[in-house]
Design a binder for this molecule. Structure first.
Ligand SMILES: C[S@@+](CC[C@H](N)C(=O)[O-])C[C@H]1O[C@@H](n2cnc3c(N)ncnc32)[C@H](O)[C@@H]1O
Length: 524
């Protein structure tokens, strides 16, 4: 049942951001340059019809137009705008009020089998979690969800874009027809289509992404572009990217040697290092209780965010220095005024000891229990009081090599103990932990060498919410770089960074600075 006869409705819920006619015309102009000659136009969420108008102005070959739209007001508006075309051109136009997730697009594909179909449009850019926050039911049907569940398995994300679901459902319906696909979508959707080509293998090729300025066109802070494909061709697994409609291709991304990469040309130079990290990258500490757990150092003592005037009277034992993504700016980090209370040494550890061993800390935490009770994530359910996550032996290693997961940069930082305590990282960061400064310095130095940096730049998709992930870091095999380190150069670097390394150990017994994991790989 279509409920969208409302005069006013939530634009966000329906991803209702109509494509400006100027942009729709620019896109159709570009499509014409691709020498396409569509006979049938399908606009699956046509809004008030700007794409249909631009396509009819550009392609006199079009004989049939199908526009589907959920919002009744737009149907009449579109029909009216199309009247001049219907009068002067020999075309059949059907603008239908329906839900894109229910409409039988298969019938169109069947009816126009030999003809050239252009599937053109701009589906809603809204995610399922944004919809569930609005308690909206503008979601794909079970059939489409099944497809989405498959994508999720590949991309590892539970939060998918409705535009992504429409994209996959259109490709499923029309990719075996003759014709073309041209959709304005978030770039992450294009990435997910190409990533899934390994498994779903739509018969599409000539894949292109043309970036648009989404801020200017839609006031949206997201990377987006036109996704173009030709139907009924040998499946392609790579996509060419241009920065704008009048620029040449500047990179291509997709599958190469069974690896999914963001810049294929760049990747070739460092492909040999794309393997397995010798050490396990760890995500930092998660507690979801900043107000109580995070403390700042002041001249008079520790304070929390709840009461900036009063210092806290708690034992210092469980208070550790803390760094967040935004603190990982320098190559060597020796300072912070942030701290965190570390209530466990391993995930799930019983916290009863707090009351007896650290009564002041316990009283403080207990007094603020309501903040812990408010933590929404299921991971805290049925867990010991004041539980934290992302904690283990590795958290207490004195020397760490760390990187931010959120910032668009690939520098690795060396984190040194502060006031003789190991520094904790929050869950926006990833790190490796070491017992010796010498080993940590060698690893940080290797990871910052151009070969690894180039590899990272060629596999990172900058438009992801979390740019650097554990999966990406686990691909960095820095052992060949570690093996080739020129000790003198590295010692000079260390000196410049004011790191006091034991030079003797490097000269006399370099293997002794490495832990078991590295030793096995370095001297095998
Ligand atoms: C981003 S706008 C784009 C409109 C048009 N394609 C354009 O480019 O100007 C998305 C459109 O999808 C419509 N829409 C949202 N959910 C829909 C659904 N379930 N079925 C059909 N249309 C829907 C909205 O009403 C809106 O007009």
């Amino acid at each position: 049942m279509i409920k969208n006869n409302l005069i006013k409705r939530d634009k966000l819920e329906y991803g209702d951001f109509q494509t400006p006619l100027g942009l729709a015309r620019k896109i159709c102009g570009w499509l014409k340059k691709q020498e396409i000659k569509p006979q049938v136009l399908v606009e699956p969420t046509c809004g008030y019809g700007n794409f249909i108008i631009a396509a009819l102005e550009t392609f006199p070959s079009i004989q049939y137009v199908y526009g589907i739209e959920i919002y009744k007001q737009y149907i009449a508006e579109t029909e009216k705008k199309l009247e001049p075309f219907v009068k002067t051109q020999n075309i059949t136009v059907k603008i239908i009020q329906d839900d894109v997730f229910h409409f039988r697009f298969n019938d169109i594909a069947k009816k126009h089998q030999p003809e050239s179909i252009l599937v053109l449009g701009n589906p809603p850019w809204v995610t399922n979690s944004e919809l569930s926050a609005k308690e909206s039911d503008n979601l794909p049907t079970k059939l489409n969800l099944k497809r989405v569940a498959g994508i999720e398995a590949i991309t590892g994300k539970g939060n998918f874009d409705i535009g992504e679901s429409v994209t996959f459902s259109m490709l499923k319906t029309f990719s075996e027809s003759n014709g073309y696909f041209a959709f304005l979508v978030k770039n992450i959707v294009i990435k997910n289509v190409i990533q899934s080509q390994q498994q779903f293998v739509f018969p599409i090729s000539g894949l292109q992404q043309i970036d648009i300025d989404a801020k200017k066109e839609f006031n949206a802070n997201v990377d987006a572009g036109l996704f173009f494909a030709r139907f009924n061709k040998t499946p392609a697994i790579n996509c060419c990217v241009s920065k704008s409609f009048d620029q040449p291709v500047n990179r291509s991304f997709g599958w190469t040697n069974r690896k999914f990469v963001a810049d294929i040309e760049r990747y070739k130079k460092s492909a040999g290092l794309d393997g397995d990290s010798p050490e396990i990258w760890r995500q930092g500490l998660k507690h979801d209780c900043t107000a109580v757990m995070e403390l700042t150092t002041t001249e008079n003592g520790y304070k929390n965010n709840l009461n900036k005037t009063q210092t806290l009277n708690i034992e210092p034992d469980l208070i550790y220095p803390l760094l967040k993504s935004s603190d990982l700016k320098d190559q060597v980090i020796t300072k912070t005024n942030k701290n965190v209370i570390v209530t466990q040494t391993a995930v799930g550890q019983n916290t009863d000891y707090l009351a007896t061993d650290f009564p002041l800390t316990f009283d403080y935490l207990d007094k603020h229990r309501e903040f812990f009770d408010k933590r929404k994530s299921v991971i805290y359910k049925n867990k010991p009081s004041f539980s934290i996550f992302g904690i283990g032996d590795y958290s207490f290693k004195p020397f760490k090599v760390a990187i931010s997961g959120l910032y668009k940069q690939t520098q690795f930082s060396l984190v040194l103990p502060i006031d003789n305590k190991p520094v904790m990282l929050d869950d926006t960061c990833y790190f490796l932990g070491f017992d010796l400064l010498e080993e940590a310095t060698c690893v940080m130095y290797s990871l910052n060498q151009p070969e690894i940096q180039n590899l990272l730049h060629s596999i990172v998709f900058w438009n992801a919410k979390r740019v650097i992930t554990k999966d990406i870091l686990m691909r960095l095999n820095y052992v060949p770089i570690l093996r080739r380190i020129e000790i003198n150069k590295m010692l000079e670097y260390a000196e410049r960074q004011q790191l006091t390394l034991s030079k003797n150990i490097f000269i006399k017994n370099p293997s002794s600075i490495f832990g078991r994991q590295h030793q096995e790989l370095l001297w095998q």
